[in-house]
Design a protein around this ligand. Sequence first.
Ligand SMILES: Nc1ncnc2c1ncn2[C@@H]1O[C@H](COP(=O)(O)OP(=O)(O)OP(=O)(O)O)[C@@H](O)[C@H]1O
Length: 276
Amino acid sequence: MSTPAYTPLLRARDLVKEFKQPGRKAFRAVDGINFELAQRETLGIVGESGSGKSTTARIVARLIDPTSGSVEFHGEDVTRRSGAALRDFRGSVQVVFQDPYSSLNPRQTVEQIISAPLRYQGRKATGGYRKVVKEAMARVGLDPDHSDRYPAQFSGGQAQRIGIARALVVRPKLVICDEAVSALDVSVQAQVLDLLRDLQREHDLSYIFIAHDLAVVRQIAHTVAVISGGRVVEQGPRDAIFDDPQHEYTKTLLSAVPRINPAWDSVRTGLGREGT
Ligand SMILES: Nc1ncnc2c1ncn2[C@@H]1O[C@H](COP(=O)(O)OP(=O)(O)OP(=O)(O)O)[C@@H](O)[C@H]1O
């Protein structure tokens, strides 16, 4: 994979984010983060609360600007893009957030919510937005006849499927899942993870999958970056990180995870890279 011509889908270089604090020294939430993500792969980002995971994700999605460093997408620096070029990038990178209810406008119908990125992108849809929305709903396991309903009329798992449909409707290359299944019951979590894996294969998607729950990351990630204090302390292939962690911080994180039956785990998840 790593021939000289290899260009990852995404490369974060020396990302730094400082937040100003009135009357105090700026707080460095992200302190020189580097990682790469290949097409059709999932990078799990793990670390304790406050370690800088969400800030990193928000920089990558261009929701906030880094203090320094850069984000390259298909080998191009997108960090300082604006106007139409930024809008293009935003069509390629979508985010699914933790709490589906707070990330979906309660006063909008599902149709309005799912079609919003298409409108933002100014994209025309063959057969109209309604048709595209209904197709997207069916694909994520929602009843297309419910497109006029409001988020509060759905369960947590269904609401998260609305968020996933909204992310996919513009055909992104990268989806950032920021604690996207953390608020769901374990059985619903498993169903949503299955859906994400299927969508990855169908649409050649890459994911950045952020979670404090390492057991969940183990089920979906191909590579893992462990973050502590705004820095990547260890990164590598999933099995290396989980089976042979090198850094004390990773060992501590792992020791806090309840053990799962490995046989059950691999049956349920169909682990492995694409095609393995
Ligand atoms: N807008 C902001 N202004 C000031 N400080 C911030 C801001 N956003 C995040 N922080 C701080 O930056 C640090 C990293 O936050 P971040 O949300 O990235 O961590 P995280 O690893 O995602 O944690 P969690 O899982 O709790 O969300 C935290 O100490 C947080 O309080």
